[in-house]
Write a protein of this length. Sequence first.
Length: 259
Amino acid sequence: MEALYFPAVSGARAQQVRLDTIAHNLANLETDGFKAVRAEFAAVPPQQYLVARAGEAVLGPVSVGAGVEVIGTTRQYTLGPLEVTGDPADLVLSGADTFLATRLPDGTLAYRKSGHLGIDAEGRLVFEDGSVLEPPVRLPEGTQLDRIEPDGTILVRAPGSADTRAIGRLELVRFPNPQGLLAAGQGRWLATEAAGQPEVGAPGEGGWPPVLSGVREHSNVDLVDQMTQLIMAQRAYTANLRALQTIDELIEIATRLRQ
C-alpha cells in the first residue's frame, strides 16, 4: 500500500528542496560574487510488484515508479555581471574553475573568485574578510597599490609618483572538481577530498585565464530564470499534493467496495 504514495511523496519533497534552493538564490541576489546553486534530482529505480484483479490470475511482475530523490546541489561558477569601478583593489577572476588562495585569520586555507583588496598592519594584501592573499604579498613601506595586470603582476608606486614597480604576481588555483568545494560564506570555499588535488598556475599562461582588475562582480543569480524555476517548482509541488489526495480518495473507494 505504501508504494502507492512513494512517487508523489518523493516528488513533493524534491520540489520543496528545489523551492528552498531558489529562495536561497533570491536572498543573495544583491550579494557581490555570489554563485547560484541548483538542486539536482535523479529517478529512483522502479520496483517490481505482482498485480492481480479479483478472480483473475496474477499479473506480473509489473514495474511501478518509485519517484525521485535529491542527489545534491551544483553551484554555477559562471561569471556574474561586472561593474567597472576603476579601483585597482577590486579583483575578479574570469575563469569559471579558477580561484585565488587565501589564509583565514584562524590559519585555514580558503579559496575565492573575487573581492576587494586592502592592506593589513603588516603591509600584506588582504581581502575584506581579513583573509591574507596566498602566497603573501607585502607592499614596501611608503608605497600604494597602483594596479594589477591581466597576467597577475602587482604594481605599486609611491604617492604622487607616476613610476611603478612590480612586487609580485598572483597565483591561480584550479580544482579537478570544483563542485566538491565546500561553501564557507562571504564568497569563500574550502577544499575537500571530493574537489581533488589543486593545480597552481599563472594568469594568462598555458590556458589559465587572465585577472580582471578595477571591476566588481555582482551575483550571477538570473532573476528571470529563478522566477521561472519558482513557478515550475510550485506547480510541480501542487501536482504531487493533488496526486496524494487522489490516491487517498481511490483507497477510500476501494475500501468501501470491499465492505
